[in-house]
Design a protein around this ligand. Sequence first.
Ligand SMILES: NC(=O)c1ccc[n+]([C@@H]2O[C@H](COP(=O)([O-])OP(=O)(O)OC[C@H]3O[C@@H](n4cnc5c(N)ncnc54)[C@H](OP(=O)(O)O)[C@@H]3O)[C@@H](O)[C@H]2O)c1
Length: 284
Amino acid sequence: MAFDRHELDLSKPDHIRRAIRDVQPNVIVNAAAYTSVDQAEREETQARIINVDAPALMAEEAKKIGAALVHYSTDYVFDGSKNLPYDENDPPSPINVYGKTKLAGEEAIRAVGLPHLIFRTAWVYGTKGRNFLLTILRLATEREELRIVRDQFGAPTWSHEIAKGTARVLRQLSQLDREAISKFGDIYHMTAAGKTSWCEFAKVILEGASRMPRGITWFETATKGQPLVTRRVVGITTEEYPTPARRPFYSVLSNSHLKQDFGLELPDWSLQLRAVFAEGRING
Ligand SMILES: NC(=O)c1ccc[n+]([C@@H]2O[C@H](COP(=O)([O-])OP(=O)(O)OC[C@H]3O[C@@H](n4cnc5c(N)ncnc54)[C@H](OP(=O)(O)O)[C@@H]3O)[C@@H](O)[C@H]2O)c1
């Protein structure tokens, strides 16, 4: 059973309680969050309600009925000062309100002490919603030149791969006996392999876009059926693109814990992007 914002508004505790009591799930997957990184700087209270209070209440309600909670968190729990992939033992040190609220959400879930999985992911995109892939495709129909940040590094991750990875982990856990499941609780990094910058990511998106056939629904929607007009992608520094929220310069996450416990490795970011264009008919 899935809920959208109209059926279950996470800012309303009674909605959360009612949904969990009515459905009596075995597992709750919370993919919702307050994700407007810049807006969070001036809407900290709202961001906390959705990113901390809501998952905390979900965890408490889930514990009461013996359910497990799967929750997503972010690379932005780190400050980006490292230049080797972060693992789950690296101390978090968020540098913006969004990152602080997501970290507090993780801590709140862990404090409840129910079976849980927290997947930290990064640079998520897909063929629906609002994300970097769709923004670049729109801009590519509007501007001859794109100026994109070249000094922030991460691993763009297709939402479809996160969903597949989550399902695979849940399938493996479902093989465990009840006692082992009841004791389970951990954080795992789940991102694409490899590393790139926003600027490089934009260039590869435009390469893929230039080879797209007509008639692919998500692509036609993203470009409004207009021709691509971008001729140049220029790399700029973070300093040249000031934003209300600071972003980590480096947020590559090591996925070795995920590989060790579940044998799971997500493909390299460039292969994932290629698959989005090749298999674009799959909903991202
Ligand atoms: N995007 C990234 O680059 C990224 C990176 C690292 C981690 N993550 C994490 O991955 C998870 C998924 O992120 P995403 O990129 O898919 O975010 P998204 O596209 O912004 O989606 C967030 C979802 O949360 C829903 N939501 C927000 N406030 C709500 C409320 N009050 N009640 C009910 N639903 C509400 C939104 O509903 P509406 O559609 O109605 O607004 C939306 O469907 C989040 O935990 C996020 O922190 C994302």
